[in-house]
Design a protein around this ligand. Structure first.
Ligand code: MN
Length: 415
């Protein structure tokens, strides 16, 4: 495929006009507040300024310091803004009007692109859930009896979602290993990562309504990579009976760029077979037993620890589709808000090198990973840098690279 843009991008540029992820940046050339941009190649395009100049209908929403107002504008705004952008970036006659609003990416300081409303984390990988079950409940069934009937999740802490590049302070807390006579307090000794995919939600819904599977796509704005940092020692002691709490709420990192769902149209793939058949509210109306028209996403994640690749989790193996996660989240009448972040849960495939957490990669620290520098890791050490990247197929063989999410571990406070 040749890139049709007058920006002269390489045909295989993963940030070509087929992608156009959204972000919020401030630039050294601009003393104003953070503003909404899209990335094209190694440039960022100031959307608010361009939209005001071109009198785009959504210029006001695009002139806010976060994406929330644009998320609230809904799927018609998202689709027509994307069409408008692709037209401007491929029409040579528009180049002189657009160029003044372009800035080099390396002069842009990324911010958290949205004010996260609610944050929900699911548990949608059968391989991850099975591995965790084997580690924490070795004498029981790997999957709990409900796992294949409903997408399991929990409500997280939206105010501790941070943008890629933010340091993560090792949490302190209470823990008690099974053999310990009593709980103790201190810095987590089992700090871990979870490589996940996050869905950014818009087109808010009223309290008391539900979003059917078939309409969930109208609320899915885009995708961003997520690292759900997890303190396994704190988590293991606190999670019965109400689930994760302080073992995860200290920090959740997200990438600075949101890839529109529309850019991932070529990455939709059939879901793994769902057996037993889920209840009707988790299926589109036209679904039959043999041909469920539900789709997953063909994203290949890459997890790097201090620069070394330690896993390549395949998102296409996830059991529940994004639309099913949204339908389940709202089936009780819970409202959706503009800026909700819905994470998939740890992405783990069937192979050992496809596991998206150190808990699984090192089997709770009992099989440490050897790193190229000669060191080994059961869990994270202070100073470690974890980066999660992902690629997806785009149109005509052009790849799409999701923006990376990265973070460095800082020591726990002294007291
Ligand atoms: Mn998680």
């Amino acid at each position: 495929m040749t890139d049709p843009s007058w920006l002269d991008l390489a045909p295989d540029d993963p940030y070509g006009v087929h992608h156009l992820p959204y972000g919020v940046v401030s630039t050294s050339a601009d003393t104003g507040p953070p503003h909404v941009v899209v990335r094209a190649g190694d440039l960022v395009l100031d959307l608010g300024a361009l939209a005001r100049q071109e009198r785009l209908r959504w210029a006001e929403a695009l002139s806010e310091p976060t994406l929330n107002a644009f998320l609230g504008a809904g799927p018609e705004a998202w689709a027509s803004t994307r069409d408008w952008l692709q037209e401007l970036l491929t029409d040579p006659a528009a180049a002189d009007r657009v160029r003044p609003h372009l800035n080099p990416l390396d002069q842009a300081v990324p911010h958290l692109p949205l004010r996260v409303a609610d944050y929900v984390d699911f548990y949608a990988s059968e391989h991850h859930a099975s591995n965790v079950g084997r580690i924490f409940r070795p004498d029981g069934e790997p999957l709990t009896p409900n796992w294949k009937h409903l997408p399991i999740g929990y409500h997280g802490r939206s105010s501790t979602v941070v943008v890629s590049g933010t340091d993560v302070v090792r949490p302190r807390g209470q823990r008690k290993a099974p053999a310990d006579p009593a709980p103790s307090f201190g810095p987590s000794t089992k700090l871990d990562i979870e490589a996940e995919v996050g869905f950014v939600i818009g087109a808010a819904t009223p309290l008391g309504s539900s979003v059917p599977v078939a309409e969930a796509g109208d609320h899915l704005f885009g995708v961003t990579l997520v690292n759900d940092w997890s303190a396994r020692d704190i988590q293991a002691w606190e999670y019965v009976p109400l689930g994760p709490f302080l073992g995860k709420s200290f920090a959740t990192s997200v990438a600075a760029w949101i890839t529109p769902m529309a850019a991932l149209a070529h990455a939709r793939v059939p879901l793994p077979e769902q057996d037993p058949r889920p209840l009707d509210y988790l299926l589109p109306a036209a679904c039959t037993d043999t041909h469920p028209p539900l789709q997953g996403l063909d994203l290949t994640l890459e997890v790097r620890l201090n620069g070394s690749v330690i896993a390549r989790p395949p998102y296409r193996t996830m059991y529940w589709s994004p639309e099913q996660l949204l339908a389940h989240l709202t089936v009780n009448g819970a409202a959706l808000s503009d800026g909700d972040l819905i994470a998939s849960g740890t992405v783990s495939g069937p192979e050992r090198d496809q596991r998206g957490s150190l808990l699984e990669l090192t089997w709770n620290g009992t099989e440490p990973l050897a790193l190229p520098d000669g060191s080994s890791r059961g869990f994270l050490e202070d100073g470690d840098v974890v980066t999660i990247a992902a690629t997806a197929p785009g149109p005509g063989g052009a790849p799409i690279a999701l923006a990376e999410v990265s973070g460095r571990v800082r020591p726990a406070p002294e007291s």
